[in-house]
Design a protein around this ligand. Structure first.
Ligand SMILES: Nc1ncnc2c1ncn2[C@@H]1O[C@H](COP(=O)(O)OP(=O)(O)O)[C@@H](O)[C@H]1O
Ligand SMILES: [Mg+2]
Length: 253
């Protein structure tokens, strides 16, 4: 249990739309994520990825089922969880007029981290994201990939045990996405943090993630290491597994 950072039991979220229409955004999901792993939540648009993350950080309440983060129930101990968990939302905004460094330090200051400690963390993170040279430039002059890196670093300034990155490379061009992926690789090897990221990019998952969960229409349809899933579904690559599970074509597991 000490090594489990996320555990959900039949976690369900239903959105009411009008009096009759219901959307089952998450349907009885049982998930376990272990300390130190990079876990990828993969699924097409509308699969429920963002909803799952929002439930795990207390931005939504479950309709039924349970969710534990760092051993605490999200409906009971959300303050404990929020102090130790960071979220980079899908539509995160950055302070364009602040410099890269100011973005990190300002955000960390909101959490009451002392200035000298904040400076040490900022130095290290700027080095990891490769922006030490540009740290005093206003972020508005940065490319999409560079901005995204600053946002990821900003989420990490609180030294969270667990970090959720909701589509960290979506909307960033190919080159920028590569830059962000390389940074995430470096982070996962240098820092012993648990990273949960969502994506609809299969290559991203196979490149970065120790384990993957595939969500489709609110259901967790497969969980495992990328190569385990390929074996299980007798597929040549993750793309085939994904296509089979999401479209129902050629499934043999
Ligand atoms: N606040 C909301 N109110 C109503 N429906 C929502 C809300 N948030 C998400 N949904 C619906 O729940 C489903 C899952 O959405 P989401 O979790 O955003 O999927 P993903 O992140 O995988 O693209 C979608 O059908 C979406 O329209
Ligand atoms: Mg989403």
């Amino acid at each position: 249990m000490a090594d489990t950072v996320i555990k959900t039991e039949a976690l369900t979220k239903i959105f009411e739309r009008g009096r009759k229409r219901e959307i089952v955004a998450l349907d009885r999901v049982d998930l376990e994520v272990r300390r130190g792993e990079v876990f990828g939540l993969l699924g097409p648009n509308g699969a429920g990825k963002t909803t799952l993350i929002r439930l795990l950080v207390g931005l939504l309440t479950p309709t039924s089922g349970r969710a534990f983060v760092l051993g605490r129930d999200v409906t009971q101990d959300i303050d404990y969880i929020r102090e130790r968990v960071a979220l980079l939302p899908q539509e995160a905004g950055i302070y364009e007029r602040l410099t890269a460094r100011e973005n990190l330090v300002y955000y960390g200051g909101l959490y009451g981290i002392p200035e000298d400690e904040l400076n040490r963390r900022a130095d290290r993170l700027l080095d990891i994201i490769g922006l030490t040279d540009r740290q005093h430039h206003q972020v508005k002059s940065f490319s999409g990939g560079m901005k995204r890196k600053v946002l990821v670093a900003r989420a990490l300034i609180i030294e969270p045990e667990l970090v959720f990155l909701d589509e960290p490379t979506t909307g960033v061009d190919t080159l920028g996405a590569r830059v962000v992926r390389n940074m995430l690789k470096k982070l996962s090897s240098q820092e012993n943090r648990t990273i949960v990221l969502t994506t609809h990019d299969l290559h991203e998952v196979s490149e970065l993630c120790d384990r993957v969960g595939i969500l489709n229409k609110g259901q967790l349809v497969a969980v495992g290491k990328p190569n385990e899933l390929e074996d299980k579904f007798k597929a040549a690559n993750l793309e085939e597994v994904f296509t089979a599970l999401v479209t129902g074509e050629g499934l043999e597991a």
